[in-house]
Design a protein around this ligand. Structure first.
Ligand SMILES: C[S@@+](CC[C@H](N)C(=O)[O-])C[C@H]1O[C@@H](n2cnc3c(N)ncnc32)[C@H](O)[C@@H]1O
Length: 491
């Protein structure tokens, strides 16, 4: 779940953006391997803070390299590292984890200190990969206003920078624009722009309407959303009171009566009875829009065709029960992967939800009866660009093909799944992509061949706009990005 949640369980003047192409990725990996090869042992660390700063820098480098080189998700890499290396206390974990995720958040800028690109920092020449790495760590910590000053001072010292990247202790750089201005002041020889915080291909595949929207998009994608959750089987005020007793300040969302923000601090879900007893499920508010647009009736039969671990199946059932405690509606959850379906079974049990059954896809044949369901939800596999706020590494390990490869599969799944909708029934198509290629284009291609389906007008819950297709943009309500369109089978 990216960097918000701990579930316990170019040269200096070029416009190119870090990681935009396979060549850029190769240059980054070469740089990281050079740093690795240059032993940190030559660095003289005398004080305990310097020794710890050096050790953190080494660990962060290993983890960062593993993500970039093996293209493995950062949350999995860091989770596995802490599982094996039990020696780290909570402070160590915080410094390592937060620094690692922040490196990805600001990599579009930090990569400019990559010695493979021959950068001159304007204050002193960064002449070794190792010094460049320490410059990156120092700038990274300043951009995030991290409070571990002794380690930042040590990193700045190891970087060979003549000045220690000033930022008086009281000042916080609030957003990407302020951070960009500050960087430009610190390194006047290097050109920084907010657009570089995402790879070039993002702008090609996820176009924005104007400069204002483009900036809002970058600001959102380079900040962290709160942890959003949904309450079920319990009144929201009671849930907020129970959370307050655990020192968690939760706030009800202004949009849906069952959604709640748990703030930005890491939380230990398994330590919360509310979670263990199925009264709270983590689900981004943007994702919750999908269930709300499905708007199931209490006695409907729904099929969640790409259910994963069933976040939306649970939401559908909860929405049925919120209307009628005796709701007889059912949900069949399907996926090509079996493990997430097992996880769904556990989640449904925790919530004492009856009426949810699993039926995995075993081939292209429908795993459910045709023409049967009041509603079919296709939450299709996608590039996940809408979730980059939580997984800032994904923007640098994915390439443009992660968008371009998906529409054929998405159209195929939507087409096959549509056969299960009964006459008069509902078909909902959703993704967590911000690209029209995976969204509007897929829906339009489907409708062009399936005239018995028509789009319905629905209301965007955050903007109030009535339309047939909605993209939930991350800055509208501090959420992940999502796309959703609702169709009806006419005949
Ligand atoms: C966006 S995720 C679903 C998230 C889930 N609905 C939720 O709310 O947590 C897409 C899911 O589609 C599944 N998938 C991939 N290819 C598929 C296919 N050909 N047919 C059905 N599901 C597929 C993936 O395993 C993944 O779990």
């Amino acid at each position: 779940m990216g960097d918000a949640l701990n579930t316990s369980n170019s040269d200096s003047t070029s416009n190119s953006t870090a990681g935009s192409t396979a060549d850029d990725q190769l240059s980054i990996v070469t740089f990281l391997n050079e740093v690795k090869a240059t032993s940190f042992e030559a660095i003289s660390a005398e004080t305990p803070a310097q020794k710890r700063a050096l050790s953190y820098a080494n660990t962060i480098l290993q983890l960062f390299t593993q993500v970039m080189e093996k293209q493995q998700p950062a949350d999995r890499v860091v989770g596995e590292y802490f599982r094996i290396n039990k020696k780290h206390g909570s402070k160590d974990r915080r410094v390592i984890r937060e620094s690692l995720f922040a490196l990805f958040r600001w990599w579009g800028w930090l990569n400019k200190f990559n010695t493979n690109t021959g950068t001159n920092t304007g204050t002193s020449t960064v002449n070794t990969g190792t010094q460049a790495w320490f410059t990156m760590l120092t700038v990274n910590a300043r951009l995030e206003s991290h409070s571990w000053e002794p380690f930042i001072t040590a990193w700045a010292g190891f970087s060979g920078q003549e000045k220690q990247l000033s930022l008086d202790g009281e000042t916080r750089l609030e957003n990407a624009s302020e951070k960009c201005d500050w960087l430009t002041e610190q390194f006047p020889a290097i050109r920084f722009s907010t657009d570089e915080l995402v790879p070039d291909w993002f702008w090609q595949t996820c176009p924005t309407q104007d400069a204002e929207q483009r900036l809002a998009m970058v600001e959102a994608l380079s900040s962290r959303p709160p942890i959003w959750a949904r309450v079920q089987n319990i009144d929201i005020d009671e849930a907020i009171d129970k959370l307050a007793k655990l020192d968690i300040t939760a706030t009800a969302s202004e949009y849906f009566s069952d959604s709640i923000s748990l703030g930005h601090k890491s939380i230990n879900l398994n330590g919360m009875s509310l979670y263990r007893e199925g009264e709270l499920e983590i689900q981004d508010l943007g994702s919750q829009v999908v269930g709300q647009i499905c708007a199931p009736n209490p006695n409907d039969n729904w099929w969640d065709t790409c259910s994963g671990a069933g976040g939306k199946s649970l939401q559908l059932r909860s929405l049925m029960l919120a209307q009628d405690k005796q709701a007889k509606g059912t949900i069949v959850a399907s996926d090509v992967r079996r493990k997430p379906l097992e996880e769904l079974a556990k989640r449904a049990k925790r919530a004492s939800f009856r009426g949810i059954t699993a039926s995995p896809w075993k081939s292209d044949e429908l795993p459910v009866p045709p023409n049967h369901f009041d509603g079919v939800l296709v939450d299709a596999p996608c590039s996940c660009t809408g979730t980059w706020r939580r997984n800032p590494d994904m923007r640098w390990i994915d390439v443009i093909d992660s968008v371009n490869d998906k529409p054929n599969l998405q159209l195929d799944i939507l087409t096959r799944s549509s056969r299960a909708v009964k006459v008069g029934g509902t078909l909902v198509y959703a993704t967590c992509s911000l690209s029209p290629l995976e969204n509007e284009d897929v829906v339009n291609a489907f409708l062009a061949k399936h005239s018995k389906f028509e789009l319905e007008i629905t209301r965007h819950p955050f903007t109030g706009i009535e339309a047939t297709m909605h993209t939930v943009l991350p800055y509208q309500a501090d959420t992940d990005g999502m796309f959703v369109a609702r169709m009806k089978r006419k005949s």
